[in-house]
Design a binder for this molecule. Structure first.
Ligand SMILES: Nc1ncnc2c1ncn2[C@@H]1O[C@H](COP(=O)(O)OP(=O)(O)OP(=O)(O)O)[C@@H](O)[C@H]1O
Ligand SMILES: [Mg+2]
Length: 316
């Protein structure tokens, strides 16, 4: 694997606020790294420093091994950046804007038409190409921003909330586009949509108060959830009748919680100690007691629980 982006001890202060506080990480080719974190955590500020829009107070950014401070032009050539919001030239049409970006990116005249056609197709801009950007809906502005970020086919993509404001179909399309590009590039994206992490990210970093508080594959982060390997069990029964007690007495069971009781079906959550697998014990017990099991599944863990835990921890 090739290290495409390396961030070393980045720090940025705005007066009394430390927006980014000693953040370090690496991103390899083929990785899609998701930045998660509460509002104001420092995600956009970190992205602005990687792309050279802000200079850090401390620390360095290396793109393909080269220090961006010493090789700013090479770094900018290698990076495509979709900033927060939609900082576009509003009186231009998407067609003129993308032609302009193509020129300043130095795309040769012989290639520009093909490149434009490609990105216009990829982000579905055909229907609004000749309408001024100011008059476009939020989602279309976002798509123009995405088109300019990928126009020069950069090796590194930094996308600040790429699916913000998109309708569900477009969210799906953009996630597919990101996944399709992932093999050839290193991609960093920020998002508040936790399911997006599962859908497109190979790894996620949770940032809170300017610090990295978790870093791992989505499955590894989910495994930190108190729900990881919990069994959800629905039993047809007239009453609870000791079921909770029986489940709670099983090996490696930490806690049993009744979740609902509707139309004669009682649902329980059986949480394991230390994320141990308990499905076999629960299943054997159900069989042994002749319970009428309507549904049973194992929880992978909940990223939102992990998110809440690691970000609240920072604030307390
Ligand atoms: N130019 C600036 N001047 C002063 N403070 C700033 C500036 N830019 C960012 N900040 C502050 O830095 C902190 C981090 O902001 P940042 O935009 O990086 O957060 P974020 O994680 O992207 O949040 P969000 O999820 O809301 O986009 C916030 O407290 C913000 O108010
Ligand atoms: Mg932001």
């Amino acid at each position: 694997m090739t290290t495409m982006v390396e961030v070393k001890q980045l720090t940025k202060r705005f007066k009394s606020i430390t927006a980014v506080n000693d953040i370090s990480f690496k991103v390899e080719r083929g990785e899609v790294l998701g930045f998660l974190g509460p509002n104001g955590a420092g995600k956009s500020t970190t992205m602005k420093m990687i792309t050279g829009f802000l200079s850090p107070d401390k620390g360095s950014v290396f793109i393909q091994g080269k220090d961006c401070d010493q090789h700013p032009i090479t770094a900018k050539r290698t990076i495509g950046y979709l900033p927060e919001g939609a900082p576009l030239y509003g009186d231009m049409t998407p067609r003129l804007f993308l032609e302009f970006v193509g020129k300043i990116r130095g795309i040769p005249n012989t290639e520009i038409d093909q490149r434009l056609a490609d990105v216009i197709d990829k982000v579905n801009l055909e229907s609004v190409l000749d309408q001024s950007i100011d008059t476009l809906s939020k989602g279309f502005k976002r798509r123009v921003g995405l088109a300019q970020a990928i126009l020069h086919d950069p090796d590194v993509l930094i996308l600040d909330e790429p699916t913000d404001g998109l309708d569900p179909n477009q969210k799906h399309e953009v996630r597919n586009l990101i996944s399709d590009m992932a093999q050839q590039k290193a991609i960093i994206l920020s998002t508040h949509i936790l399911e997006e992490v599962d859908a497109v990210c190979t790894r996620a970093i949770i940032i809170a108060d300017g610090k990295v508080v978790a870093d791992g594959k989505p499955g590894e982060l989910q495994a930190q959830s108190p729900w990881h390997n919990a069994v959800v069990l629905s039993i047809r029964a007239a009453s609870e009748n000791g079921i909770s007690g029986t489940l709670a007495a099983l090996d490696n069971v930490e806690e049993v919680q009744p979740l609902s009781n509707q139309a004669g079906v009682i649902q329980f959550l059986v949480r394991p100690k230390d994320g141990t697998s308990i499905i076999e014990n629960v299943s054997a017990s159900a069989h042994q007691h002749g319970w009428l099991v309507e549904e049973m599944h194992v929880e992978q863990g909940r990223l939102d629980e992990v998110f809440r835990e690691v970000t609240n921890f920072q604030r307390s």
